[in-house]
Write a protein that binds this ligand. Sequence first.
Ligand code: DC
Length: 225
Amino acid sequence: MNVPVIAIDGPSASGKGTVAERVATRLGFHFLDSGALYRLTALAAMKHGVALDDEAGVAQLAAALPATFRDGAVWLAEEDVTDAIRAEAVGEGASKVAALPAVRAALLDRQRAYRQLPGLVADGRDMGTVVFTDAVAKVFLTASAEARAERRYKQLIEKGNSANLPALVADMQARDARDTARAVAPLKPAADALLLDTTHMDIESAVQAVLTHYALCKARSKQGN
Ligand code: DC
């Protein structure tokens, strides 16, 4: 298919969501937040009383997920769940259901359906390694666990929540370990991905780095054709 994809993968709170969304806006491309699909699946399971380790049950929900993304809001059937899917418990649940092979398989076609002209920026953990292996540009965005915990801490405080920095660092490390160690689609850079460490980089510099990388990859792929 001749629709360009930019795959942006990396650990949680690395800033990849914000970077991916801004890159998509600059290029006028579609945007896929694949983590939201895992979060929606976990939320749907919780609402329907399906256990998060019931692989067949959760996969069935994932395959028929009544999810829509409209004007920055996320809907599950008739309910606006934009804030609900960001809750810590739902993130935990998402990490659990994401480790189930049948759930990942059930979400594959849905993710690939976002590939539409003029192009797609896809953000997740396995965009470059599994879902869009032929992406024209792949980026693996990281930052140290401490830097990511600090960003999450600031977000929580800004929203008026309480937060504990050492606990956030520990959470970040535990989630990384789970996402990296799982048997299916573990979190790892694609062999052909650009590694972008944003520990000492602001969002706008990261956006520019991705745009430059994409321009370079596009030029290279034109030469190859
Ligand atoms: O990016 P996020 O925090 O919204 O992702 C939520 C969970 O979903 C996280 O534990 C990793 C998982 N995930 C995944 O396994 N594969 C993806 N492509 C995206 C997210």
